[in-house]
Design a binder for this molecule. Structure first.
Ligand code: ATP
Length: 235
């Protein structure tokens, strides 16, 4: 009974996927995947290339609808929500970071981070002030007026994290956030993400094939052929 085991600290999961099935054409990317994310938890989803990690993340984030199975967020069926409500929820409650931060190349770092706040109705001056604070939290001070192409990969990715977190989301979805970085820049990105998520109580669903990145998580599940595999105990 997922929702019955409340004891004040461990209410039901914030986000849960049960028996997810999703095909891309003839490829069955997910075959009964099941995963639960608790509020404030950092969960790593690992697995070999092609095991379905990104597809699972897209289903959980409401970017893609599964063919079968369920995705619930705060007890509500995400996969049944109409598109309009889903995009609203994605804007208010979710943040996303992909392998290449996907900052808008024409905008400065500051304006990239201010943008989600402005889309949510915050005035430009206030949005830029808050964006500056978040860039500072992520150690990219001094780069406010740089465009993404003028920053290092690590700086751009930390700015992308600031953009994902600036609106105070409940969940951040990070798909191989260090995949394009060298190991030092990757460590800086992961340290900043884990610290900030913990400080703000944000849950993180972290997709990675890198064990060193997964080590930043509180818990890890491994996907194999579109389903969660039992974890091999290595230590
Ligand atoms: N848009 C798509 N069209 C066709 N096939 C796809 C599409 N997206 C994913 N697939 C296929 O679905 C399977 C799962 O892909 P997915 O990207 O979810 O795995 P992954 O574990 O994230 O892989 P990687 O680590 O390489 O990114 C793979 O066989 C992939 O080729």
């Amino acid at each position: 009974m997922t929702n019955g085991d409340t004891n004040g600290t461990t209410a039901g999961p914030l986000l849960a996927a049960h028996d997810l099935v999703k095909s891309h054409g003839r490829t069955e990317a997910l075959r009964g995947a099941r995963v639960e994310l608790r509020a404030g938890e950092i969960l790593a989803v690992s697995g070999a290339s092609g095991s379905g990690k990104s597809t699972l993340l897209h289903c959980l984030a409401g970017i893609v609808r599964p063919d079968a199975g369920s995705v619930t967020y705060g007890g509500e069926r995400l996969d049944h929500l109409p598109e309009k409500r889903l995009s609203e929820l994605r804007r208010t409650d979710f943040g996303v970071v992909f392998q290449f931060g996907q900052l808008i190349p024409e905008l400065t770092a500051l304006d990239n981070v201010a943008l989600p706040l402005m889309l949510a109705g915050t005035g430009r001056t206030e949005a830029r002030a808050r964006a500056g604070e978040w860039l500072e939290r992520f150690g990219v001070r001094g780069q406010e007026e740089s465009r993404p192409g003028e920053m290092s990969g690590g700086q751009a990715q930390r700015a992308a994290l600031a953009r994902a977190l600036v609106t105070g989301p409940k969940v951040v979805f990070a798909d191989e956030p260090t995949g394009a970085l060298d190991s030092l820049a990757g460590e800086q990105v992961m340290t900043a993400l884990a610290r900030t998520a913990r400080e703000s109580g944000t849950a993180v669903l972290l997709v990675t094939h890198d064990a060193q990145v997964a080590a930043y998580a509180d818990r890890e599940v491994q996907l194999r052929d579109g389903a969660v595999a039992p974890l091999e105990v290595t230590a």
